[in-house]
Write a protein that binds this ligand. Sequence first.
Ligand code: IPE
Ligand code: IPE
Ligand code: MG
Length: 247
Amino acid sequence: MDFKSQLNIKEVPNHIAIIMDGNGRWAKSHNKPRVFGHKKGVLSVRNVVEGAGEIGVKFLTLYAFSTENWNRPKVEVAALMQLLVATISSEVSSLNKNNVRLLTIGDLKSLPGNCERELEKAKEKTKNNTGLSLVLALSYSSKSEIVRAVKKIATSVRDKQIEIDSIDNDLINDYLDTADIPSPELLIRTSGEYRLSNFLLWQIAYSELYFTNKYWPDFTKEDLFEAVFDYQNRERRFGLTSEQIKN
Ligand code: IPE
Ligand code: IPE
Ligand code: MG
């Protein structure tokens, strides 16, 4: 089925977040080393970024490397970091051509120096683009993001920059890595796992969740359109009754 032509273009989510999972199992099923799956996964990223742009998504957040992923075998971590540097530097011109702005969330300082530098360069070079904002979650975990935010808020209170009574949802938002990024309406996870793995716990409080069995390297923009189609056939109630929503 062609899902793209069936989408209501006025109701496309502003922000889609994706837990790109299954590279290793995809590689295993093709009798290849895990890194081969990660390389193939980069092609899916390119395709899905293109698809998100085509339907007018404004923010696409991709979970690329979690805080917990540092505990993987050293060779895999090194290969992922190398792939990241190579991909970022080779993609900047196409990001610019497609008017894509690159952003990041997570603890960039914990990345190898060359990765951090490439990312900062790419963000600087794409900062004036006005199309899709591509947000890479790198060395990211939601709990560590919240811990960092709480420390910053406590410091602001101690230094009398804010009052305790001014702490509310909006203020907490402003202290998270995602301060300038709206909450995702739709969260997708590939590879048949039904968990959040420490991703955007605060931000997805009211997101619609979509799970697919496809491994990330097999996920294409058609699959993205299918997820958006599924999303568009749901009723988001935010605690209200269905009747309230319809009236
Ligand atoms: C997702 O694929 C990519 C990263 C976490 C970096 P995995 O590497 O987790 O693949 P599986 O889950 O082992 O198949
Ligand atoms: C989540 O995938 C992190 C990324 C996609 C970057 P994992 O493969 O690390 O998640 P778990 O450990 O299986 O939950
Ligand atoms: Mg995995």
